[in-house]
Design a protein around this ligand. Structure first.
Ligand code: UDP
Ligand code: MN
Length: 634
């Protein structure tokens, strides 16, 4: 780092030394030749001696010319540095002035009329912006999903709080760590955001370890990311020769392939593949490099903090492991007891999965098949990699002393609804890696097990990879790596639950917080998922299927006419009435109370759920598993 920052100064000192040494060598060579070859020298004819002197002089002239050119180059670089510095200073000054004038204007200004009172952007920010400024900020926010107006006004090298545990600061690392390529992928990201990410990587990674920063543009349509970004890269490379590279996709390939493109271009020992809306924190790289040096089969996740999309203030996240649910959405899980027992907050934490951002030994990542290029747009690729790494002989760890601040956007610029991509990619993971447990993904997404109608692409090469690497089963993974994720084998019907009296409304989890299920116009989302078990429970709402958190069971409280939802394991322990007899197109009868789940019209003529003496109303549950029977089936 020091060398890079002081590059022109070092070059100047080097040149002066070089001139001095050159002259010294010339004279000492001359004199030593005279003294050693004294008599011989005298035997040389004058013309030859003259010729020798002329030759040496012309060498010296050439040397001097060369040095002069080097000096010129150094001066030019110094100038460009200076101009960059001046520009930065000017920018800083103008930001300071802008802040000052905003402050003084804010004092002068009356509270502004809020043009966008419902915008997420202005909930905690922007009170004293003029109407024109609000409009500008809101436009940028809608385009990017975060506060670009503010980002453009914050210093690129801003300080962020060091969120590491103080014990991380006492750690020391070998002076012989592996080299690092940092990959930053992006699609329609704001220029200042990318620059801030690059700046943080340059400033917070020891320069002797940082071999290159590779930017991968997944076919952005945003104009400022074309010429302006190229110009910025040229400027960076003036200052840090050869450090930055950019690769641009000629069509949108999605994040998995963008990460692969970065990995393919990388040349260092270790590759860290990050989003472009991050700021790495101090000391982020050393723990990663040291751990991967120790064990090349470890794929590493740093710990994330959140950069708020509106204020850009950092909120610290507590250490957790990276997990996922049966939709394969990522989630944070509790720290494993074995790690807690170690009583070392700096120790790597074994983790079932990664969130997306990762670091790995470059060659090892290739050996196990980098990322699944068949993943489209977004999602699934992190779980696919995680299952593959664990099942095929690697490990995943979260490193508590390596922290990266990541901006969680309010919305994505590349898709309004991520579900179609998530769903499709999740099926890909299920079909390649989950064996007999793959049905859990179908159930969680409410997809029929047969003829799903979803094209998850060609998986043959990934299946071949699984065979080639002789990978263990998903069952092994569940038992040994992720016991918290609980497969369920007793579900026999699932999906939307409709009463034949009105098929436009569905059983729904009801308002949260709260535990009263309702009838509600049918929609696609998980609050209307219902799962019926062979053992008689109805789960209502998203499939949790986690060992410690309970799914919600439809319950007859025994009195009153409203059913409730109770955490299943607790309800079973307390002996609540959670078991129902049900067949497709049949009644739903509580096994204990013999009351039926039915619907009736309330005062406003809307259907509501009631528990009452059965009146032969019938229910349909959208999908049936295997050969589970229909009431009227022969
Ligand atoms: N991305 C991409 N191509 C896409 C979608 C996303 O290159 O088609 C990039 C995106 O710019 C970001 C990274 O993938 O750098 C991860 O996406 P995002 O940050 O939206 O996901 P999150 O971090 O919120 O899970
Ligand atoms: Mn991101």
């Amino acid at each position: 780092m020091m060398f890079r920052r002081n590059f022109p100064k070092v070059l100047c000192i080097g040149l002066i030394l070089a001139i001095a040494i050159n002259l010294l060598v010339f004279y000492s060579r001359g004199t030593s030749q005279i003294s050693l070859l004294g008599h011989k020298e005298l035997q040389l004819p004058l013309s030859e001696r003259e010729g020798e002197v002329v030759k040496r002089l012309s060498h010296l002239e050439a040397d001097l010319q060369h040095l002069k050119e080097s000096m010129k180059l150094a001066l030019k670089q110094q100038e460009s540095m200076n101009s960059t510095l001046t520009r930065v200073k000017v920018e800083v000054r103008s930001v300071q002035n802008a802040v000052k004038s905003t402050e003084s204007e804010a004092q002068k200004r009356k509270p502004q009329k809020k043009l966008f009172p419902h915008s997420q952007l202005f909930k905690q920010w922007g009170d004293d912006l003029s109407e024109a400024e609000q409009q500008k900020a809101q436009d940028l926010f809608e385009k990017f999903g975060y506060n670009v107006y503010l980002s453009d006004r914050l210093p690129l090298n801003r300080t962020i709080p060091d969120t590491r545990d103080s014990r991380c600061l006492r750690k020391t690392y070998s002076s012989q760590l592996p080299s690092l390529s940092v990959v930053l992928i992006f699609m329609n990201e704001a220029l200042s955001i990318i620059e801030r990410a690059v700046t943080s990587v340059i400033n917070r990674t020891p320069s002797r370890l940082l071999k290159e920063i590779i930017l991968v543009d997944d076919f952005s349509t945003n104009e400022e990311l074309k010429t302006y970004l190229d110009e910025k890269i040229t400027l960076y490379n003036h200052q840090y020769p050869g450090l930055l590279k950019i690769i641009r996709h000629a069509e949108r390939k999605g994040l998995a392939q963008a990460r692969n493109t970065g990995w393919e271009a990388a040349t260092a020992d270790v590759v860290a593949i990050l989003d472009a809306h991050i700021e790495v924190n101090i000391g982020w790289a050393e723990p990663i490099l040291a751990r991967i040096q120790e064990d090349r089969t470890v794929v590493v996740s740093p710990v994330f903090d959140n950069i708020r999309f509106d204020t850009f203030i950092l909120s610290k996240y507590e250490l957790a492991v990276d997990g996922f649910n049966w939709e394969l959405w990522c989630r944070y899980d509790a720290l494993p007891q074995a790690w807690i027992d170690l009583q070392d907050v700096t120790a790597p934490v074994k983790s079932p999965s990664i969130m997306g951002i990762l670091a790995a030994n470059r060659l090892f990542l290739g050996e196990i098949g980098s990322l699944d290029g068949g993943m489209l747009v977004y999602g699934g690729e992190n779980v696919e990699l995680s299952l593959r790494v664990w099942q095929c002989g690697g490990k995943i760890e979260v490193l508590p002393c390596s922290r990266i601040a990541h901006l969680e956007r309010s919305h994505k610029p590349y898709a309004l609804d991520l579900s179609p991509a998530l769903k499709r990619n999740a099926l890909r993971v299920a079909e390649i890696w989950m064996g007999e447990h793959k049905h859990m993904v179908y159930l969680a997404w409410n997809i029929p097990l047969q003829n799903s109608g979803i094209d998850y692409g060609d998986i043959s090469s990934r299946v071949a990879l699984r065979e080639k690497l002789k990978c263990k089963s998903f069952d092994w993974y569940l038992k040994n790596v992720y016991p918290l994720l609980k497969p369920i084998h007793s579900i026999v019907a699932y999906g939307r639950m409709k009463n034949t009296l009105d098929r436009t409304i569905c059983v729904d989890r009801g308002p949260v917080p709260g535990n009263i299920p309702i009838m509600y116009p049918c929609h696609e989302f998980s609050p209307q998922n219902v799962y019926y078990h062979l053992t008689g429970e109805f789960y209502v709402g998203p499939l949790v299927a986690e060992a410690t958190a309970a799914d919600h069971c439809l319950t007859d409280p025994g009195s009153g006419e409203k059913p409730t939802l109770e955490p299943c394991s607790e309800a079973a322990r307390k002996g609540l009435h959670i078991h129902w007899d049900f067949k497709q197109e049949g009644a739903a009868v509580n096994r204990d109370t013999k009351r039926c789940l039915e619907i009736e019209k309330d005062a406003s003529s809307a259907y509501v759920l009631v528990l009452q003496t059965c009146t032969s109303q019938v229910w349909e549950l959208q999908h049936t598993v295997g050969s589970w029977g229909h009431a009227h089936a022969p």
